[in-house]
Write a protein that binds this ligand. Structure first.
Ligand SMILES: Cc1cc2nc3c(=O)[nH]c(=O)nc-3n(C[C@H](O)[C@H](O)[C@H](O)COP(=O)(O)O)c2cc1C
Length: 219
């Protein structure tokens, strides 16, 4: 892991957290979201409807995630346990190598060449989902490139998009601006980030975050 960490630090990771700015929608700004310590991505607007309210109207939630070593999968399960919906893993046609140095090298090359790795996951019923959670480990300061493939292939339109990520220090880094660029019409709501090494104790913070988005999490 230390070799991998030094790879991040030397090559392409800018561990600089850029504070996001609250943006106001021109049309139907009802409520600003105050950023919590664990949040980074801000909704342009909630359009008068919380994500949960949308769900209560019969719209489904999709939790789409990518995970190489399991941390983000664990976080996705914590979210799924509270909000339900469908949980789908984004998989590539050619799986990434398991070994740290090898996956680090491949990820670095993909980032540098702006690659679009082929994805094996297909979502045929995207229309059914009003809210899409997108979860990923930070790779090289942003989402793994398969998400670039996915988001260029599937137009999320003006859906609610809720990012979550695990990392080892970068926080959301450039994934925020990349996500905005890849789904420009989406309502990108407040995201959640946590260090991969702390995922197992994240449920309480996950609940607080989901509550702030309007999802009931009482159990
Ligand atoms: C190829 C690769 C690149 C990574 N790049 C970063 C990075 O830029 N910043 C960071 O904080 N962590 C980075 N990490 C650490 C992962 O984001 C972190 O361990 C995450 O929790 C892994 O999630 P997963 O178990 O779902 O794959 C990287 C890990 C890998 C394998």
């Amino acid at each position: 892991m230390s070799r991998l960490r030094s790879l991040f630090e030397q090559s392409y990771v800018t561990v600089v957290y850029q504070q996001t700015k609250l943006q106001q929608s021109r049309r139907s700004f009802l409520k600003s979201i105050v950023l919590g310590a664990t949040s980074i991505v801000v909704a342009p607007a909630l359009s008068g409807m919380s994500a949960y309210a949308a769900e209560a109207e019969g719209n489904k939630v999709l939790i789409l995630y990518f995970s190489h070593s399991g941390n983000t999968r664990q976080l996705a399960k914590q979210i799924h346990g509270r909000v339900g919906g469908d949980m789908v893993e984004l998989k590539t046609v050619v799986p990434y190598p398991q070994e740290y140095t090898a996956v680090g090298e491949q990820a670095r090359k993909e980032l540098e060449s702006n690659a679009r790795p082929q994805i094996a996951t297909e979502i045929s019923n995207l229309d059914e989902y009003h809210t899409v959670f997108i979860g990923f480990p930070i790779w090289g300061g942003t989402m793994p490139m398969p998400f670039f493939t996915f988001l260029e292939k599937y137009n999320l339109g003006d859906r609610n998009v809720i990012p979550f990520c695990t990392h080892e220090g970068s926080l959301f880094n450039r994934s925020e601006s990349d996500l905005r660029r890849l789904c420009p019409q989406a309502r990108i709501l407040k995201g959640f980030e946590v260090r991969g090494s702390r995922v197992s104790s994240a449920q309480r913070n996950v609940d607080a975050w989901l509550n702030s988005l309007g999802f009931p999490t009482a159990n």
